[in-house]
Design a protein around this ligand. Structure first.
Ligand SMILES: CC(C)(COP(=O)(O)OP(=O)(O)OC[C@H]1O[C@@H](n2cnc3c(N)ncnc32)[C@H](O)[C@@H]1OP(=O)(O)O)[C@@H](O)C(=O)NCCC(=O)NCCS
Length: 196
């Protein structure tokens, strides 16, 4: 199902093959991997999503219980609007974050990309940028999407920089788009087009 078919040489997204092992894991030259999200990734992910700073950046408002988290996981495999991956680092495959396509819109061939590097000692080492690039290759080469976009709070300079390094450009500013703890926050919409 995830077999790579590279059809164009016009951009990195369509010309660079994804290194894929027998388990379906995608790896880049720096040993940053995306693997299908599994049960073994659950506990760490729940801890990240319940961490107030990360929850705020990801637009979550309430604590996730173990039961809710397991319920979410059991439904994940059946969802058509979401593809969820664990980000693993190094040959030891340390689980350092998650990245996923959300609101997959097959008619318009686009999806939103969301990402979290949850392990504090792993931020700002290029892992986020690498994971965004890998997921874009998957989205463009395998799912044949045309556009991947993301919403980034204007205050989240690190995320904006990571997306821009991964080939995204700012499409526009959504003024006062989110209300976080009673304060409105503007959001940049960034996107990357498959052949751009
Ligand atoms: C945003 C996130 C995914 C980025 O991943 P990362 O691995 O930390 O980022 P990278 O190391 O690939 O790139 C970060 C870049 O931002 C730069 N940066 C960091 N703080 C910055 C700031 N205040 N202003 C400008 N640039 C900044 C870094 O220097 C680096 O750029 P460089 O390589 O040119 O030096 C990760 O930090 C994260 O999960 N944050 C919390 C959740 C989140 O914000 N998710 C995004 C919402 S969709």
């Amino acid at each position: 199902m995830w077999k790579l078919k590279s059809t164009s040489r016009r951009s990195e997204s369509t010309s660079v093959p994804i290194l894929q092992d027998v388990s379906g894991r995608f790896t880049d030259k720096r040993h940053i991997s995306l693997s299908a999200f599994g049960r073994k990734h659950l506990n760490r992910s729940r801890a990240w999503f319940n961490e107030p700073r990360l929850a705020r950046l990801l637009g979550r408002t309430k604590t996730i219980s173990v039961r809710e988290h397991q319920q979410w996981f059991s439904e994940l495999a059946h969802r058509q609007d979401c593809r969820y991956f664990a980000i693993e680092s190094g040959k030891s495959l340390r689980h350092v974050g998650n990245v996923w396509l959300w609101a997959i819109d097959a008619s318009n061939r686009k999806a939103e990309l969301r990402i979290v590097i949850g392990e504090k000692d792993c931020v700002e080492q290029g892992i986020g940028t690498a994971a965004i690039k890998l997921l874009c290759r998957y989205a463009f080469n395998i799912m044949k999407l045309h556009k991947v976009y993301s919403y980034v709070h204007v205050t989240n300079r690190r995320a904006r920089r990571a997306f821009e390094k991964a080939g995204f450009a700012v499409d526009g500013l959504l003024r006062d788009d989110r209300c976080i703890r009673g304060r409105f926050v503007s959001v940049h919409m960034l996107s990357r087009i498959s052949h751009a």
